[in-house]
Design a binder for this molecule. Structure first.
Ligand SMILES: C[S@@+](CC[C@H](N)C(=O)[O-])C[C@H]1O[C@@H](n2cnc3c(N)ncnc32)[C@H](O)[C@@H]1O
Length: 247
């Protein structure tokens, strides 16, 4: 694992990893990513920051050859138990350090995992690594939140989760915004214990990410603003969904 990588409690606490899919289950973005893999072909697919492996499992169920990579052993332990988990290669690594002899038709980074890369240097290393593992003609797709949207205003939430541990009260609370980086905390109140996980995410503009792609020898050939492939509107689209190929 990368020297100095600090994983959030959210991804290292076995109980929190076990309940991850309850509030981050199948969703429109996962449908979107699944639709990128032509079911009539057997593709070589890499999911970087795969978490609990929901999407990896869905690709594998369609017969693709799947590699799921995540630096959190705890998340991978949950991922391995997915129905097709035994047919998937699980790699404990960051996106920056991932190494394989394989090359891939499709590389994805989903669930805003791209934003856990907290410096331009880390992004450049991760993008160059994706390029190194991409087949000629292959596709990289990832998304980040558009920093022009007022995320602070809509960040906080609380909800009740019905889990095998009983009812868990989950809440997310904004802590700080420095113009590019947001700090926040997630609080999980289990029946007999409470866990607090602090996180940081980096919010870069579309143009900045396009510059970093070019510096990595890649190019964004489209950027969408929503999961219905609607155009990206710089002032109000929530998502920036990058379709990237070799330069
Ligand atoms: C928000 S979760 C997204 C998980 C999954 N992609 C999804 O859509 O549900 C972010 C994931 O990124 C992983 N992660 C943290 N640092 C990372 C890094 N440097 N490279 C790759 N993944 C990382 C975490 O362990 C976590 O599983």
């Amino acid at each position: 694992m990368r020297v100095g990588i600090m994983l959030d409690e959210h991804y290292t606490n076995p109980k929190l990893a076990e309940i991850y899919d309850i509030d981050s289950g199948w969703s429109v973005d996962r449908d979107f990513y699944l639709s990128l893999a032509d079911p009539s072909k057997k593709l070589e697919i890499l999911d970087l920051g795969c978490g609990t492996g929901l999407l990896c499992d869905a690709y594998a169920a369609r017969g693709h050859s799947v590699t799921g990579c995540d630096p959190s052993k705890t998340m991978l332990d949950v991922a391995r138990l997915k129905p097709h988990g035994k047919n998937i290669e699980w790699v404990e690594s960051s996106a920056q350090d991932f190494k394989s002899l394989k090359s891939f038709d499709l590389i994805v980074m989903t669930g805003h995992a791209f934003q856990v890369l907290l410096s331009e240097e880390d992004i450049l290393i991760a993008l160059s690594n994706m390029k190194r593992h991409l087949k000629t003609g292959g596709l990289i797709v990832f998304e980040a939140r558009n920093p022009a949207v007022n995320w602070v205003e809509c960040w906080d939430y609380s909800m009740s989760l019905d889990t095998k541990f009983g009812s868990v009260e989950e809440s997310r609370k904004f802590l700080n915004w420095d113009g590019q980086r947001m700090s926040f905390e997630l609080v999980y109140k289990f029946p007999n214990e409470t866990f607090i996980s602090k996180s940081d995410l980096l919010f870069l503009s579309k143009n900045k990410i396009c510059d970093l792609l070019i510096a990595s020898g890649l190019v964004a050939d489209s950027v969408f603003g929503g999961w219905d492939k609607s155009p990206f509107y710089p002032d109000f689209s929530k998502e920036m969904i990058f379709f990237v190929r070799h330069n």
